[in-house]
Design a protein around this ligand. Structure first.
Ligand code: NAD
Length: 424
């Protein structure tokens, strides 16, 4: 194995999720029975999805949906289309959804889905057939009161529109609240597209206030230029932060002078050019390297396992705000703690997305839609309150922010479980 790669077990996201759960559960003194109940997912579904490809041949794709918990409400969690999807990854992501919804105290459980495929290599009609067959196979498990998917890596508003339509055809009534992250025209919420990035910024605002920094003095690097990364970079740039590095899957660009993010977004999304070729000067580098450049704030907003035992010591940021799920391995946490990095863990840092998804679900069910300013105000309320709760919990219990967030979440779910009792 190459010297700069972490050991395989460090990179197993399910083991990462479990390790944090174990530490937090022990600190909480969680009863043995509740511990066992919350450790395992509630349900795991594997689907073999036959699709007629455009070329005429029949292909079979493998898809998953994992319901980790419905203790506090319906399952909630995205659908990921990526070539390296595994059941372990979906399990981990489903459990993170349970803890995330509990951290921000919204009435959902946790779920996640995925299909092993490379969406970049499939045509639009192949993607549509794949999404519809996956949804059809899951139709009796999904529903506004059962399990509510959303977009994740490799899926977006159009995917959610297909999920909604397929589900509606099966239950024979329009059911907008079965998915969130839909197009506005189909019952999506104003502000949902920006919500995860906006939540990232709100957490950074709170963190810099705590550390006595000002937006204008903060240099920011962002890894990932999709929904979360590009929106976080854009909103933070417009708010006065200096975005000096960004990266997508093809590579990164670093320029101490700072970037004009609206122009970079136009370059990537309208002109369809590679981000690393953005003509604003600066040094090109591999995507992962961007996180280790001099800066005040580093935002991983791409994929898992970017900060590991092999590179955590190289983090120069004072604040690490996790826009992605699972970007830091649990073994790297103590290295970051030792360096005094103020970490905003994923289950808080990227919770803006699911919070506005919750608002979308509420609006769909009441059939009455809010102005974007109302959505953003309510989001700010949730994010600031949750940030304060996590930081207070960390200080009270003498743990880092990540373990504090897990403890807060596990405690909430365990209390709800105790009140419900075990149906037998
Ligand atoms: P996306 O598909 O819109 O964008 C992913 C971005 O990451 C792209 O720019 C891609 O080029 C880049 N990328 C992929 N592999 C990379 C690599 N190896 N190195 C560097 N960059 C790479 O996905 P997204 O919705 O922005 O999600 C990003 C992360 O945020 C995921 O971990 C996801 O689970 C998490 N998340 C997303 C939301 C949401 O609302 N979309 C909410 C919470 C958490």
């Amino acid at each position: 194995m190459a010297a700069n790669l972490a050991a395989p077990q460090e990179l197993n996201v399910y083991e990462n999720a479990e390790a944090r759960f174990e530490v937090a559960a022990k600190k909480l003194g969680l009863e043995e029975g509740l511990y066992r109940y919350l450790k395992y997912p509630n349900k795991e579904i594997t689907i073999y999805i036959p699709i007629s490809m455009d070329s005429g041949h029949l292909e079979v794709f493998i898809g998953y949906r994992v319901l980790h918990s419905t203790v506090r409400g319906p399952g909630k969690g995205g659908i990921r289309f990526a070539p390296d999807v595994t059941l372990d990854e979906i399990r981990a992501l489903a459990s993170w959804m349970t803890w995330k919804c509990a951290v921000v105290n919204i009435p959902f459980g946790g779920a996640k889905g995925g299909i092993i495929c490379d969406p970049g290599k499939l045509s639009k009609s192949e993607l549509e057939r794949l999404t519809r067959r996956y949804t059809a196979e899951l139709s009796e498990w999904l529903g506004p009161e059962r399990d509510v998917p959303a977009p994740d890596v490799g899926t977006g508003e159009q995917t959610m529109a297909w999920v909604m339509d397929t589900y509606a055809m099966h239950v024979r009534q329009a059911t907008t609240a079965v998915v969130t992250g839909k197009p506005i025209e189909l019952g999506g919420s104003a502000g949902r597209r920006e919500a995860t990035g906006r939540g990232v910024m709100m957490c950074c605002d709170k963190a810099i206030e705590k550390l006595g920094l000002k937006r204008g003095d903060c240099r920011v690097v962002v890894q990932g230029f999709g929904n979360v990364g590009s929106m976080a970079a854009l909103l933070m740039n417009l708010a006065g932060y200096k975005i000096i590095g960004f990266a997508d899957v093809h590579g990164g660009l670093y320029n101490e002078k700072g970037f004009d993010v609206p122009k970079a977004i136009d370059w990537v999304y309208n002109q369809r050019r590679p981000l690393a070729d953005f003509p604003a000067g600066g040094a090109k580098m591999p995507a992962n390297e961007i996180l280790f450049q001099p800066c005040e704030i580093a935002i991983p907003a791409a994929i898992e396992n970017q900060i590991t035992t092999k590179n955590a010591a190289r983090v120069q940021a004072r604040i690490l705000c996790e826009g992605a799920n699972g970007p830091t391995t649990w073994q790297a946490d103590s290295i970051l703690d030792g360096k005094g990095v103020f970490t905003i863990p994923d289950i808080l840092g990227n919770a803006g997305g699911v919070t506005v998804s919750y608002f979308e679900w509420v609006q769909d069910r009441q059939g009455f839609f809010w102005r974007e300013s109302e959505v953003n105000d309510r989001l700010q309320d949730v994010m600031e309150h949750s940030f304060d709760e996590v930081v207070r919990y960390a200080e009270t219990h003498g743990v880092n922010n990540r373990i504090a967030a897990y403890m807060l979440a596990i405690d909430r779910v365990a209390r709800a479980l105790k009140l419900r009792g075990i149906y037998a």
